[in-house]
Design a protein around this ligand. Structure first.
Ligand SMILES: [Fe+2]
Length: 582
């Protein structure tokens, strides 16, 4: 039985295909159309999923879409009466949504009437919860989804057992931890969609001087057995104007309209304009924002653990990308095991909707665990060779060598050790926003100047943002104060104090690192590269950052080659080929 999950007309448009309960392919549309966080209809992602599964559109039995227009009708009606323009915008998106059958037909040049698949609308947060629980290694777990907004809710929690999920409660519009974080992110002068993780990085430089004010911006609430929160609405405008979001256009990065009211600068001081310098005050504000998020998020998780008595938790929604907060779960709550799916944000909804149908609707037993994130496109040796040949790099100042894996790893590890920056392109592309060793730029974690060098030569990011380490999983406890797996870079742990001097490049100013734990099973080739680096240096990790330069992560060999030639990387490993400057 074949189930196609589609996240369309929403940020991070994506597609995933599940065949007889097994995930076969999953990818974000941005990897194809090269528009960061692309919304719209993910036609290319769907085409890729079908091709990988070897299926025609007519062979799909179920199409699962993570939006249910019938969810929370009373709340929607209440706000629609107050905000007619917002209601009109939502209606437009909804009209697109109800036309998914037609959009599918158009993308595949076939008559929509001939599509035999059954269509399912899965409520947004239930799809989030399904995206984590049904692919987790847990038979039973507590579940929490927290994001900006989806189907008029921002937060949902419950429990999962076997092939069933049970929803306990939800927090609805306008109260939202995601919009809280986005609103303050905007106030701090970071207006772009997806800028929240920059502010999370900035928070480590400050002290939570404004925590009292932030406790007024997000307040605890008795809702849901004391598990809830609500926003101090005087600090926001989205409940009056509707959150302004542009989801329909696949050719553009989504835009989130202004969320904070004049009350925020009145209470916290003048808002920062994007071009203004970052001062200590801004860092303290970011620190306070993060501290309050942690109080509420970890507080909710603690109550969830107490109410359910469960020791494992699955997290989803954009807030689950807050690796700093996630890293504190073990010390702040009774939970002992945590699973965050690599596409915890809205891209993951396509997987969630598909698995929701498979388990919750069709009652099929569990049989799949997501042990790695490599569900995207891959390219054969011959395809890579012809890309390199066509580019003519070999005759334009570069040396192209084809090497056996052992020799290649030794050369690559040696270059990293010598301070060189390497593009590393292997196998299937990662699912989710993090490069996890198949579309990565790797460098020496031991060099204090590597962060600055990477930024100056390649990444051109804000200097306060940290870089991350990929570490051999078995060595985690020797280098970090926690050793719980973090295969998808969704946890930040403290680097052991005595180790911080050894790995200054991926150690953030607060002593933490947003690590990726790498096992031989999950990614043998990347594991062997790190192992070769360990054998040469005694350090079982490399610095890993995504293979891109202010664009979606590269997908094809051609994009890797273009990024390599455009930036000042020293070498590129693509499949079995090593490309270096003459
Ligand atoms: Fe969401």
């Amino acid at each position: 039985m074949n189930i196609l999950g589609i996240n369309a007309y929403h940020g991070n448009a994506s597609a995933a295909i599940v065949c007889d309960g097994r995930l076969v392919a999953a990818v974000e549309e941005e990897r194809f159309n090269r528009v960061k966080y692309a919304a719209g209809f993910p036609a290319q992602a769907i085409q890729y999923c079908l091709k990988t599964a070897g299926l025609k559109l007519q062979e799909i039995d179920h199409v699962a879409v993570p939006r249910n227009p019938y969810a929370r009708i009373p709340t929607k009606l209440f706000y629609a009466l107050q905000m007619p323009s917002f209601a009109r915008d939502r209606a437009k998106v909804l009209a697109k949504f109800t036309g998914i059958r037609e959009a599918l037909g158009a993308a595949f040049d076939s008559d929509p009437a001939k599509l035999t698949a059954k269509f399912h609308r899965i409520e947004h947060h239930q799809a989030h919860l399904a995206s984590a629980f049904f692919v987790s290694p847990f038979e039973r777990a507590a579940l929490l989804s927290a994001d900006g907004l989806g189907d008029f809710a921002s937060t949902m929690w419950g429990t999962g057992s076997g092939n069933r999920m049970k929803i306990a409660d939800a927090i609805t519009f306008p109260h939202s931890l995601g919009l809280y974080y986005s609103g303050v992110t905007q106030y701090l002068g970071f207006p772009k969609f997806g800028d929240e993780y920059k502010v999370m990085g900035l928070a480590a430089y400050g002290v939570p001087e404004y925590l009292d004010a932030f406790r007024d911006i997000v307040r605890f609430d008795a809702h849901g057995n004391g598990n809830g929160f609500r926003l101090g609405l005087e600090y926001f405008i989205h409940h009056r104007t509707g959150p302004e979001m542009s989801w329909a256009d696949a050719g553009k990065t989504p835009i989130l309209g202004r969320l904070f009211s004049e009350e925020m600068p009145r209470r916290l001081g003048r808002a920062r304009a994007p071009e203004e310098p970052l001062e200590q005050r801004h860092q303290n504000l970011a620190s306070s924002l993060q501290a309050r998020l942690e109080e509420v998020y970890l507080g909710m998780l603690k109550k969830l653990a107490e109410h359910t008595g469960l020791s494992a938790v699955c997290l989803a929604g954009g807030v689950a990308f807050n690796c700093v907060a996630n890293g504190k779960i073990f010390d702040s709550t009774p939970f002992e095991r945590v699973f965050v799916q690599p596409a915890a944000g809205d891209a993951g909804l396509s997987i969630g909707a598909a698995y929701y149908v498979w388990h919750q609707k069709l009652c099929k037993p569990r049989s799949f665990v997501m042990e790695h994130s490599y569900w995207g496109p891959e390219f054969s040796h011959e395809e890579i060779r012809s890309t390199i040949d066509a580019s003519d790099v070999g005759r334009n100042g570069y040396v192209v060598e084809e090497l056996h894996e052992d020799a290649l790893n030794k050369r690559a590890a040696g270059m990293i050790m010598d301070g060189k920056i390497l593009g590393w392109f292997q196998g299937r592309a990662e699912w989710g926003p993090r490069a996890l060793g198949n579309r990565s730029i790797v460098a020496d974690p031991r060099r204090p100047d590597m962060k600055e060098t990477l930024n100056r030569r390649i990444k051109h990011r804000e200097i306060f943002r940290p870089f991350a380490p990929s570490i051999l999983a078995d060595a985690t406890g020797e280098w970090f104060e926690k050793s719980h797996p973090s295969p998808f870079m969704t946890m930040a742990y403290s680097v052991r104090p005595k180790r911080r001097e050894q790995i200054p490049a991926p150690t953030h100013v607060d002593g933490t690192g947003r690590l990726q734990t790498v096992t031989r099973d999950a990614n043998p080739r990347y594991w062997r590269l790190i192992k070769a680096f360990e054998q040469a240096t005694g350090v079982p990790m490399v610095l890993n950052t995504s293979f891109n330069d202010n664009e979606p992560i590269v997908c094809k060999p051609q994009e890797a080659l273009d990024c390599f030639l455009r930036t000042q990387m020293d070498a590129l490993v693509v499949g079995d080929f090593l490309i270096t400057k003459k």
